[in-house]
Ligand binder design. Structure first.
Ligand code: SAH
Length: 386
């Protein structure tokens, strides 16, 4: 097994003492029968074992999970001081809880499972969450790949409230002092894109006095941060009407901030490729453009097409840039690296006759530590039109 790597693929296992069931604890030995690690057995995934613990014997129980949660929560304690009440408490593999994400929105905790192997341990995980995080409720979310078989086996569906009070409308949380609504039961990811928090903060710093286009806006996070940072106008563009309604609600919720109240907010509904072209044809220009599309390459076979799509977006976006404008391009495709993304962006903007100078590159927010290569999915490029 690769040192420190949290996954064991089926083909790297030489022998099994018996066929395991989903969620069984696997005890991993090397060729010399030395105990190496304990992990969660998952017969339904090519990632056959996810490592929970390395080294000598150890009980995997409520206390084990509580310890992991305490450690992870302790590393995020500083976020509350900056007016942020939603964050990733535990980032799966990188916090020693492989295939399990724990997010906090105020006092609502969301558990998101990426493997059904957590099912037999859910009771103990919930007890640990109660003890360490004292939530008002715990919502369960299921990754798309496991949702149907998990629900058939357990009777628990994606979005179910497992403990505590049922959800009565959106949960309102704070990000750097801004109020934001989210739906932890049905929203994307666990309700909000917490991974972009630091990049939204950077956009707020860049936004003073600017007209901003926030494309793929979801519920308005980047645009609202820009407004708070002093943007004069923000256009939120998304293909989802529900997301745009939420973006409007989020702007309304923050009218108490003079900068937000004085920012003109518009929304545009439609496919971003069409809408960006339409804005260009209408002669619109912006001083700051954020493009944060969904993962365009979900499998290796999608990579070439996705790079063409990023280049096309950069081309369409570059046509809308005022001189000296800032351009922010994010990619959450794990299979596309920052260099490839940058190359696609430069190729696309060149087709629009614009040269972009790269100012900086960034990645996930600080509460999304990444301790293994496959965990690094988010790239964000900050560029400026010359
Ligand atoms: N920037 C957001 C997260 C974006 S998630 C934030 O910081 O919170 C990606 C968004 O792209 C989703 O809201 C989805 O509805 C939207 N989307 C997906 N395909 C699209 C398309 N072709 N055109 C416009 N929006 C699209």
């Amino acid at each position: 097994m690769r040192k420190e790597h949290p996954w064991l693929y089926a083909e790297s296992i030489r022998s099994l003492s018996r066929e395991g069931a989903s969620g069984d604890l696997a005890v991993i030995f090397d060729r010399k029968r030395k105990l190496l690690a304990l992990g969660l057995f998952d017969p339904d995934s090519p990632i056959r074992i996810r490592v929970l613990h390395r080294g000598g014997p150890r009980a995997i129980d409520r206390e084990f999970f509580a310890e992991r949660l305490r450690e992870a929560a302790g590393a995020r304690a500083h976020l509350a001081a900056e007016g942020t009440s939603a964050h990733r408490v535990a980032n799966g593999e990188s916090d020693g809880l492989p295939g399990l994400v724990v997010d906090r929105y105020e006092r609502t905790i969301v558990l998101k499972l990426y493997t059904a192997a957590w099912q037999p341990h859910l009771g103990e995980v919930l007890a640990a969450v109660d003890e360490v995080l004292a939530p008002e409720r715990v919502v369960l979310r299921l990754a798309r790949a496991i949702a149907t078989p998990f629900s058939e086996r357990s009777g628990i569906r994606d979005g179910d409230v497992l403990t505590g009070a049922p959800l009565a409308g959106p949960v309102v949380f704070r990000e750097r002092g801004l109020a934001l609504r989210c739906d932890p039961a049905r929203g994307q990811k666990t309700g909000f894109f917490l991974d972009q928090r630091d990049n939204r903060a950077r956009v707020a710093e860049l936004a003073r006095g600017k007209s901003v286009l926030d494309a793929f806006s979801y519920t308005g996070g980047f645009g609202l941060s820009a407004a708070r940072g002093g943007a004069t106008r923000v256009l939120s563009l998304d293909a989802s009407r529900v997301a745009l309604e939420e973006a409007r609600a989020n702007f309304a919720l923050n009218r108490g901030h003079p900068a937000v109240a004085s920012c003109a907010h518009e929304t545009a509904h439609g496919d971003a490729f069409d809408e960006l072209a339409r804005l260009g044809a209408a002669g619109r220009r912006f001083d700051l453009i954020v493009l944060d599309p969904p993962a365009l390459a979900r499998t290796q076979a999608d990579v070439a097409g996705a790079l063409r799509a990023y280049a096309r977006l950069a081309e369409l976006g570059a046509r809308l840039l005022a001189d000296g404008a800032d351009f922010v391009m994010a990619s959450c495709s794990a299979r596309i690296g920052a260099n490839e993304l940058a190359a696609a962006v430069h190729a696309g903007s060149a087709r629009a006759g614009r040269r972009l100078r790269e100012l900086e590159r960034s990645a996930h927010a600080c509460d999304h530590p990444v301790r293994f290569p496959e965990g690094a999915y988010l790239k964000c490029l900050f560029l400026r039109a010359e």
